[in-house]
Design a protein around this ligand. Structure first.
Ligand code: NCD
Ligand code: ZN
Ligand code: ZN
Ligand code: ZN
Length: 421
C-alpha cells in the first residue's frame, strides 16, 4: 500500500486505547489496523499514547490589526506546542470580519502563515449575508455583551433574523452570552469590581433570551456557571469552558492580567461549574486565547483590555488532570477533539479512516511545570506558571510532523479547513 507515513503505538481508537498502526496517505488516515505493512516512513511511539489532534474552537489571534499582541505565525506556534492541530479564530480582528470582503481579505492574509489548520469565524451582524459566507467559515460569532472589538449585537429584533439565516445555511452560532443591558459600566479598580459589574445574571439572562432558538445550532462560549450550562443543555446547545473560569480566583488574582470577559467568578460559582465539568455536562474546552501584551495589561485596571491567553496551556493542563485521574482520558479527547471537530463539521478529531491525520502524542510520565518564558504567544504572560502539565512529545498535522521531541521541527503547512473547495 502507498502509505506516506505509518504511526505505530498505543492509540485512542474507537473509544479506548489499543496498539494500532495508523496509515496516512495524502494527509488523511487511510487505515487503522493492528498491523500494516509498507509505508515510506514509520514512526514508533513506544512510551506515549497517540491521540487525535486537539481542536481549539475559540482563539483570538489578532491578525490582522493587532499583531503586536499576536499574529497567525505566533498564535499557531503556541497552539501546536500545546497539542492543538486546528484553531478556530474569532472575527474581532481589525477590521472585524463582518462580510465576504473582510473575510476574503483575512483569508488571503493568513494563508501560508499557519503552523496548524484553522478556520476563520465571521461575525453576526444585522445584514450579514450568511448564505454566501457559510461554506467558507466554521460558524458565526455573536457578541451579546461588549468586549474586545466592539461588534456588539444585543437587540432581539436584529438577532432573530440574522440567526435564522445562519441556521438555514446550516451553520453554528458561537455566542458570547452576556446581556449587555445588564452589565454595569461603573469604574473598576480590580477583578472584584469587574465581577460586580458583570454578574452571573447577565449571562443567564442572555441565555434565556436565546431559548427561542431551542434545538438550533447554538454554541455557548466560556460558560462560567452551572445554571448557564444546565439551561444551554436543556436547549440542546453545545457549551465551552475555559480553565480560567474553572480554576482562577478573583479574590487572589485581582490585577488586570486576570481581567477577562465574562469575569472570573467567586468560589461558590466556580465549584458549581467544576461539578458540571466533572459530571461531563460541558461539551468542549475552548481556551478563549485572548492575548494582550504586558504593556496593555499594565495600564490602570479600568482602561486595561480584557482577556487571558491559553491556547498553549489548556490541553497540557488537561492532560495533567488526566494523569491525576481527575477526568478520564476519553473525556479529555471528547471535549478537546471529537466534539469541537464534529460541532463545526470537520473530518477531524478521531483516529479513524477518512479523517485528517492530525495526531498528538503524549507521554503521561513526562509531567512538567509550566515555564511562562518558554511559551510561544506574543502575550508573554500566563496565569499558569508553575502548574503541572504534560506537553506533547510529537504533533502531526495532516501527516506532517510539526513537533518532535517537544520542539518545533515543521513548517507553515497549516490550511484553512473551510477553503470552500
Ligand atoms: C476577548 C478578546 O480579547 O478578544 N476577551 C475576553 O475577555 N474574553 C473577547 C471575548 O471573547 O470576549
Ligand atoms: Zn467572549
Ligand atoms: Zn473570546
Ligand atoms: Zn519551542
Amino acid at each position: 500500500m502507498g502509505f506516506d507515513l505509518v504511526v505505530c503505538g498505543r492509540a485512542f481508537v474507537g473509544g479506548r486505547i489499543k496498539y494500532s498502526e495508523i496509515g496516512v496517505e495524502d494527509g488523511r488516515i487511510s487505515a487503522v489496523r493492528g498491523s500494516l505493512s509498507g509505508g515510506e516512513r514509520r514512526i514508533d511511539v513506544p512510551g506515549g499514547v497517540i491521540l487525535p489532534g486537539f481542536v481549539d474552537p475559540h482563539v483570538h489571534f489578532r491578525d490582522p490589526g493587532m499583531t503586536e499582541k499576536e499574529d497567525f505565525p505566533s498564535g499557531t506556534m503556541a497552539a501546536v506546542h500545546g497539542g492543538v492541530t486546528c484553531v478556530l479564530d474569532m472575527p474581532n480582528t481589525v477590521p472585524p470580519v463582518t462580510d465576504i470582503s473582510t473575510l476574503m481579505e483575512k483569508k488571503a492574509r493568513v494563508k501560508g502563515r499557519a503552523h496548524t489548520d484553522y478556520g476563520l469565524f465571521a461575525a453576526v451582524t444585522p445584514g450579514c449575508n450568511a448564505g454566501t459566507m457559510a461554506p467558507l467559515v466554521p460558524g458565526f460569532k455573536l457578541f451579546m455583551g461588549s468586549t474586545t472589538g466592539r461588534i456588539l449585537l444585543n437587540d432581539d429584533a436584529e438577532i432573530a433574523p440574522a440567526l435564522q439565516g445562519i441556521f438555514r445555511a446550516g451553520k453554528r452560532v458561537s455566542v458570547h452570552a452576556e446581556d449587555d443591558g445588564m452589565i454595569l459600566k461603573g469604574r473598576e479598580d480590580d477583578c472584584r469590581c469587574h465581577l460586580r459589574n458583570r454578574p452571573v445574571e447577565a449571562e443567564v439572562n442572555a441565555l434565556r433570551r436565546l431559548s427561542r432558538f431551542k434545538g438550533m445550532r447554538v454554541n455557548i462560549c466560556h460558560n462560567t456557571n452551572a445554571e448557564s450550562v444546565a439551561l444551554a443543555k436543556e436547549l440542546g446547545f453545545t457549551t465551552e469552558v475555559t480553565l480560567h473560569h474553572l480554576f482562577l480566583d478573583p479574590d487572589r488574582l485581582t490585577t488586570a492580567e486576570y481581567k477577562v470577559n465574562p469575569p472570573l467568578r467567586n468560589a461558590a460559582v466556580r465549584e458549581g461549574l467544576y461539578a458540571a465539568f466533572i459530571d461531563g455536562r460541558i461539551s468542549m474546552f475552548g481556551s478563549d486565547h485572548a492575548p494582550h501584551t504586558l504593556s496593555d495589561k499594565s495600564q490602570d485596571f479600568d482602561s486595561a483590555p480584557s482577556g487571558i491567553p491559553g491556547v498553549e496551556t489548556t490541553i497540557p493542563i488537561v492532560m495533567g488532570m488526566v494523569r491525576r485521574d481527575v477526568i478520564p482520558l476519553a473525556q479529555a479527547v471528547s471535549m478537546g477533539s471529537e466534539t469541537p471537530a464534529a460541532s463545526f463539521g470537520m473530518r477531524k478529531g478521531r483516529i479513524e479512516e477518512g479523517y485528517d491525520a492530525d495526531l498528538s502524542v503524549f507521554d503521561m510520565r513526562a509531567c512538567t511545570e509550566i515555564d511562562v518564558r518558554r511559551l510561544h504567544s506574543k502575550a508573554g504572560h500566563s496565569p499558569y506558571g508553575g502548574w503541572e502539565a504534560v506537553f506533547p512529545e510529537t504533533v502531526i498535522v495532516r501527516g506532517e510532523i510539526q513537533i518532535d521531541g517537544r520542539e518545533f521541527c515543521g513548517d507553515r503547512i497549516g490550511e484553512d479547513a473551510y477553503a470552500g473547495d
